[in-house]
Write a protein that binds this ligand. Structure first.
Ligand code: MN
Length: 446
């Protein structure tokens, strides 16, 4: 079994989990600490007005996600793509989430209010399972859920798979869809639920493939839906296709407020949970949000780019670019025209992308100072710039037309021209003697 607690124990054994013992309020206080300690896994031991603990930031670093999956950075994309192509059916049975079966008021759960302009508490790390009325298509995805009252939430449904299930339900004259909303999960489940698998594939099965068959599901008690048997907490709900409420404003990936929309309502009709469940929080626009959104897209970009040029050192949807709008790709350039083809492939792989930079293999795409150095020394605006006006971009970008999702993409070829000698562009090195190496090693520089 691989659940949230096992991962917390692993982090603890490596001394990576920061326990916060001070009592803090779920309204702003916990979110403020999460923001200032962004990138670190946290466990809030005492929450004002609640007896349950709150975890945060468990996927807030590439190393954390890699360690949860038991893979090295270099193998992460391959593993993820393989799991999407070969999902593994989950076993169904009982599990620790059924320790308590009953009802919960939403105000009893330490759901966080994050930012000063938020309309209320938002559930941000929940994994929602739904299926079509006849059950032929299942889907698992992450949605933000705004608490409306003790038993109702509204959620943002972007036009992807859940949206299609809702549309199918409407066509068939069905009033509501049974859903499970699961919280407190192993990082592999969160990553799989964030990954764009084809319509019809249950992302739980993708997670199970990532976890080597360790994900078990359980039948909900109050609705017709499945949920991870070792979740901390599952809300059982009915997604009303005939009832909407105002959703937003919500702080999305960009760290700015997304627009308000009318969205469907979920009625919570039951709950299953561990007696001492841990509520899993996720800071909107924080590292965890950006990585969960960005990593699966990096895997797709990596695959597209490999079709053009065989040597790809790395792909980085940069944190400063919100893990979504800016991409750096490092390649071994063989022909002069390769980088612009790579730029087109990158934009095709991830339609929300706004700016992309291609660098040579000697530049680490995760070291943004090196990337800037490459732009400073290897890029010429008149030859190496690719501008694509009036093209689909992200609805999250406030500088673009967010309603029509129209904007401009810019690609930067910061690779050295093959027509000039390589030595003109090489970074000069200083030889290191044995004792200098020892000294620098002791100082932790190398
Ligand atoms: Mn899906």
């Amino acid at each position: 079994m691989s659940d949230l607690r096992i991962f917390l124990e692993e982090l603890d054994s490596r001394g990576e989990l920061l326990h916060i013992g001070e009592e803090l309020s779920p309204r702003f206080e916990i979110a403020a600490v999460m923001r200032h300690l962004d990138g670190r896994p946290l466990l809030f031991e005492r929450v004002e007005g609640h007896r349950h603990r709150v975890s945060a930031g468990l996927c807030a670093g590439r190393g954390l996600i890699g360690s949860a999956l038991g893979v090295e950075d270099a193998d992460l994309y391959g593993r993820l793509l393989e799991a999407v192509r070969n999902p593994r059916r989950c076993e169904v049975g009982d599990g620790p989430v059924k320790e308590v079966v009953g009802r919960l008021r939403l105000s009893d759960i330490p759901i966080l209010t994050h930012f000063e302009g938020d309309p209320g508490p938002y559930v941000t790390s929940a994994v929602l399972y739904a299926k079509t009325p006849e059950g032929e298509v299942e889907n698992v995805s992450i949605h933000r859920l705004l608490v409306l009252d003790d038993h109702r939430l509204t959620l943002r449904i972007v036009p992807r798979h859940l949206y299609r299930i809702v549309e199918t339900a409407k066509e068939r004259g069905v009033e509501s869809i049974d859903v499970s909303i699961s919280l407190g999960l192993h990082p592999a489940v969160l990553l799989a639920a964030s990954t764009p698998a084809p319509y019809g594939v249950s992302e739980f099965d993708v997670a199970n493939a990532l976890m080597g068959g360790a994900l078990k599901l359980t039948e909900c008690e109050h609705v017709d839906a499945l949920a991870p048997a070792d979740a901390e907490l599952v809300l059982e709900g009915r997604l009303r296709v005939d009832e909407e409420a105002v959703e937003g404003p919500f702080v999305d990936l960009t760290g700015t407020y997304d627009v308000e929309r009318r969205q469907p309502v979920v009625e919570v009709v039951g709950a299953m949970y561990r007696e001492d469940y841990i509520y899993q929080a996720l800071l909107p626009s924080g590292m965890e949000h950006r990585l969960l959104m960005g990593l699966p897209r990096e895997a797709e970009i990596w695959e597209y780019v490999r079709a053009i040029t065989p040597h790809v050192r790395g792909v980085n949807l940069t944190p400063g670019g919100c893990g979504w709008l800016h991409c750096v790709v490092s390649i071994r350039k063989v022909r002069e025209g390769d980088p612009k083809n790579v730029l087109m492939a990158v934009f095709a792989a991830h339609p929300s992308l706004k700016h992309a930079v291609v660098v040579d293999e000697d530049i680490d795409p995760h070291n943004l100072e090196e990337v800037e150095w490459a732009i400073a020394t290897r890029f010429r605006g008149d030859e190496d710039l690719l501008i694509v006006p009036h093209v689909r971009v992200s609805s999250l970008d406030p500088a673009s037309d967010q309603r029509l999702e129209l904007g401009c993409k810019v690609g930067v070829d910061a690779t050295r021209p093959l027509s000039k000698p390589e030595r003109d562009f090489r970074r000069a090195e200083i030889p290191l003697s044995k004792r200098v190496r020892r000294l620098l090693g002791r100082l932790g520089c190398i």
